[in-house]
Design a protein around this ligand. Structure first.
Ligand code: TGC
Ligand code: FAD
Length: 405
């Protein structure tokens, strides 16, 4: 496996163990069938609990039987999963960084006790509802609303008043979310909505069980990218949830955006894994495939491609390792994460295309991974903040001038 700068020589015992466990899992349980899943447009759902048993969901969190591993070990895990398929890393990102992290950071004790153990083992599946049909890069303009039911204040009938006083402790959610990873198979959706009962209608997080009346989760089944991953919408038609469903510890856009920082960190690592897999496939192919009387790897043009790919992957690895050190000591900024997500995913996009090219006609088939990775990376380039948006986040940080509008 490409580790040109010898970074893995410095890994500790725990880090090696996690890397090897994930690598073996991908090699034995994922690689044999992933191309078929990609063609069929399915995710191997039997792996959901297995990934939980192996501790792949939010292992960098503590308490509630979670492993509490270091940030570099967590990054290595994301790298190995995405070397299998971006859909696999997506499942771990959503469950761990986008659902368990906010419950852990902002949830009540009751919410933590109810959800963290079952999400950790994969018995329960979570999803993260931020994007809306009309609001993708600009989630702050979201239209989904949570209204407190105020019928207790208007009823004169004592029986109605009694029942309304229960309603008074409820929120009614209306709106729709789209492009939500795992929504069709989720037990719980973390829905971000504007709380119209509070001054300035701040964004709040609501833990909504998907079997509640008024919730629909239709699958989006015409994707040409990230096909081995389940994506859907979340429809919310006057969905009643108790006040206890609100995450009490956060209010405002920093709620969802702070979760994105966690997930983007994992993507910065994951993209390296996808690119590394493409590189290894291309290197092996080039040494075996013969044209003009010998292996194509002897041609300078092909060697230049391998040299550029290895250099791009190695510099992205360095960025990921540095991010881990900063995160571990609590110094990592969201803007540094944006730089790494933006750079490393663009790198994986370029590397997967070059690898596909080196495989000639065979490269467009499912017999080899680069075309699948290339198709997946189009999503990774777009979700968790597009390449453009991360450029603007960096531009804002570098100049002090926001250029979003
Ligand atoms: P802005 O005014 O800049 O900030 C509001 C508050 O949030 C804080 N903040 C952050 N905190 C932590 N991490 C970050 N990355 C943060 N960014 C901002 C900020 O300090 C402020 O705090 P406070 O205390 O002052 O209130 O917010 P804005 O609404 O103007 O945001 C601007 C922008 C464009 C950067 C943001 O909207 C953005 O990042 N847009 C991209 C949208 C996006 O990434 N969507 C992702 C949806 S989820 C997804 O794609 C999952 S894919 C899952 C998978 O399958 O792997
Ligand atoms: P738009 O915001 O409409 O952007 C369209 C184009 O305009 C892009 O090229 C963008 O870079 C550009 N653009 C936008 N604004 C600016 C600007 N200010 N300056 C310059 N250019 C700009 N969301 C969730 O909430 N949860 C999930 O689990 C989730 N999973 C996903 C899974 C998949 C497979 C996909 C494809 C998406 C997923 N998303 C999820 C949604 C994803 O986060 C959004 O697609 C992404 O944020 C971009 O939003 P958009 O698609 O509406 O594009």
């Amino acid at each position: 496996m490409l580790d040109y700068l010898g970074l893995e020589a410095d890994l500790g015992t725990e880090e090696r163990m996690i890397r090897d466990t994930a690598r073996e899992f991908v090699s034995e349980q994922v690689k044999p069938d992933i191309a078929d899943h990609f063609v069929e447009g399915t995710f191997p759902t039997d792996l959901l609990t297995e990934m939980g048993e192996l501790g792949f969901y939010a292992p960098n969190l503590s308490g509630y039987d979670l492993p509490d591993i270091g940030e570099r070990a967590y990054g290595l895990l994301m790298q190995e999963l995405e070397a299998g398929d971006s859909g696999l890393r997506s499942v771990a990102s959503v469950q761990g960084a986008l659902v368990m992290y906010p419950i852990h950071a902002y949830g009540s004790d009751a919410q933590k006790e109810r959800w963290l153990p079952s999400l950790g083992t994969g018995e329960a599946v979570g999803c993260f509802g931020l994007t809306e049909p009309e609001h993708g890069s600009d989630p702050s303009s979201m239209e989904t609303r949570a209204e407190r039911d105020s019928s207790e204040e208007t009823s004169a009938d004592p029986r109605e008043a009694a029942s309304a006083s229960r309603d008074g402790d409820e929120y009614v959610l209306s709106g729709s979310k789209t492009w939500i990873t795992n929504s069709p198979i989720a037990d719980v959706a973390l829905v971000w909505a504007r709380d119209t009962s509070a001054e300035d209608s701040p964004v709040r997080g609501f833990l909504v069980e998907t079997d509640r009346d008024g919730v629909t989760t239709d699958e989006i089944d015409d994707k040409l990218s990230m096909r081995a991953s389940i994506t859907g919408s979340i429809g919310l038609q006057n969905v009643r949830v108790p006040e206890e469903a609100v995450l009490p510890g956060v209010s405002g856009m920093k709620g969802p955006l702070s979760c994105l920082t966690q997930a983007r960190y994992g993507i910065a690592w994951g993209a390296v894994g996808a690119a590394r897999d493409c590189f290894e496939v291309a290197r092996e192919y080039a040494t075996e495939r013969k044209q003009f009387g010998g292996p194509i790897a002897r041609f300078q043009l092909q060697q230049e491609k391998l040299a550029t790919m290895a250099t791009r992957i190695s510099t992205a690895q360095l960025l990921a390792y540095r991010l881990a050190d900063l995160k571990e000591r609590g110094d990592l900024t969201p803007q540094q994460v944006s730089m790494a997500k933006r750079n490393n995913v663009a790198m994986a996009r370029e590397v997967s295309r070059t690898a596909r090219e080196m495989l000639g006609g065979n490269g467009i088939t499912t017999d080899y991974s680069p075309m699948r990775h290339l198709a997946n990376i189009e999503t990774v380039y777009t979700y968790e903040g597009t390449h453009d948006i991360h450029g603007l986040i960096l531009g804002h940080d570098l100049t002090g001038i926001p250029a979003f509008k």
